[in-house]
Design a protein around this ligand. Sequence first.
Ligand SMILES: [Zn+2]
Length: 82
Amino acid sequence: MKRSNLKFCPRCGAQNHATDAFCIRCGYNFSRRRKTNLGSIILVLILVIVGWIVLRTFLNKPIIPPELMTWIKSLFNTKTSG
Ligand SMILES: [Zn+2]
């Protein structure tokens, strides 16, 4: 009769024990929801960065474009002058 040890399935709404890894009714995996999101974001981020570096190296161009560098420098310049 302990309510604090219960949790509800986000997929089917069935009552499960807080320690259960899977839903007793539909088999929903409670432990997987956070890992997949963060992992895929990091994976995409790494792929974009590596792909960018490979592309710039292949094109014989600086990894950071000069336009971007001047824009970054202008940000610091306006900060000091103002
Ligand atoms: Zn369920």
